[in-house]
Design a protein around this ligand. Structure first.
Ligand code: AMP
Ligand code: MG
Length: 359
């Protein structure tokens, strides 16, 4: 059992590594850069790549250890089903009572609560039971079939939400047993923010922390900006588009190709519409660029749920100005700010629609 789990971890690591190679342009196989360091590590179920500019070997090693510590800490605290702080809190919430939590968890949940409100609850980390019902609380992708409609409807009618949680320092109170927390749409972003903070505390100002293709970049790559690739919206995809980051920016993508099963000719993926209980339709992927990684992560998920017809007003409400949404017909919708900086790499260039909410 252990061996096969480890093998699988190894396989996941290799696949994730390949996708990182695709995502961080020039990072793999290109000419050697003299003063840029790239180190890979495995944390939060994915390959993490730390890129640094202008530091020596010893500081690079120290920086990578700091990032690893932050991400491992996040993994243990906030994993949705492996035993840790969140599963202990969920056990208590499921009995209609609260529990003690660390200051770190209280702060993360407060931010998640704010983002859930800003998203009109399309990002709703209280739907853990629903995610579990669909079979996504497992490191193996579920095989289907989809859960019975009655079971889905019952969970939606119970209307779990973040609003009822009272988050104090050291304690979370809740009395709605329907609430089960799943930070899968947010924890990676939140942890990447903390990792960048840890790098800054070490005096590092030019870096990328790339967690399986989702990343936050600070500073630059010497004389030039960091260059980032955005994947094709498919599991085997190459580079679809690229951008250069300016200063401090996070780039997060939610895609239906990340975790899914196919059943009777239909795809059922892991991004659920909290209004219906079913996987959100009509969208393949959403990429968000924003300063804070936690907000970019939560927004990518929420805008995916909002879909081609609703994403633009929601992005505006969430204070997110740079969005690219690819719909089921491979049509590319972008905000004007995103359109100004994206360069399409795939040929032929896709059909694009620029949606100017302000206009
Ligand atoms: P992401 O890849 O960031 O879009 O996150 C997807 C993950 O977040 C899923 O695997 C679930 O664990 C969880 N999730 C799915 N749908 C939602 C939703 N509407 N709101 C919050 N979390 C969700
Ligand atoms: Mg997300």
């Amino acid at each position: 059992m252990k061996v096969s789990a480890q093998r699988r971890r190894g396989f996941v690591a290799v696949v994730a590594l390949l996708s990182i190679c695709a995502v961080l342009l020039g990072a793999c196989g290109g000419p050697k850069e003299e003063t840029a360091y790239k180190r890979q590590l495995f944390a939060m179920g994915t390959v993490i790549e730390v890129s640094l500019w202008g530091v020596d070997e010893a500081r690079a090693a120290e920086a990578v250890r700091a990032v690893e510590a932050v991400l491992n800490d996040a993994h243990v605290r906030w994993h949705a089903w492996e035993p840790g702080e969140l599963t202990r809190l969920n056990a208590a919430l499921g009995e209609g009572r609260g529990a003690e939590v660390s200051a770190e968890t209280a702060a993360a949940l407060r931010r998640a609560q704010e983002l859930a409100t800003a998203s009109g609850q399309l990002f709703n980390p209280a739907i853990g039971r629903l995610v579990g019902l669909w079979g996504f609380h497992s490191s193996e992708p579920p095989l289907g079939p989809p859960p019975p409609r009655d079971a889905i409807v019952a969970l939606i009618e119970a209307a779990p939400g973040m609003d009822g949680l009272r988050i104090e320092d050291g304690r979370v109170e809740g009395d709605d047993p329907a609430v089960q927390l799943d930070l899968g749409a947010f924890a990676k972003g939140y942890a990447v923010d903390r990792a960048i903070e840890a790098l800054r505390a070490l005096g590092i100002d030019n870096a990328i922390v790339n967690a399986g293709g989702d990343l936050r970049a600070i500073g630059s790559h010497g004389e030039r900006p960091w260059r980032i690739g955005i994947r094709q919206p498919a599991s085997q995809g190459g580079i679809f588009a690229s951008i250069e980051t300016h200063g401090d920016e996070s780039v997060f993508t939610s895609g239906n190709y990340e975790r899914y099963f196919d059943h009777e000719g239909r795809r059922y993926h892991h991004i659920l519409d909290p209004r219906t209980g079913y996987p959100a339709q009509h969208t393949l992927s959403v990429t968000v660029i924003h300063g804070e990684a936690a907000a970019a992560d939560a927004a990518a998920t929420a805008l995916f749920v909002a879909g081609p017809g609703e994403w633009a007003p929601l992005a505006r409400r969430m204070g997110i100005s740079q969005v690219m949404l690819i719909d089921a017909d491979m049509k590319v919708y972008m905000s004007p700010e995103m359109a100004r900086r994206v360069r399409f790499e795939a040929q032929p260039a896709p059909e694009t629609i620029i949606v100017d909410e302000a206009g």
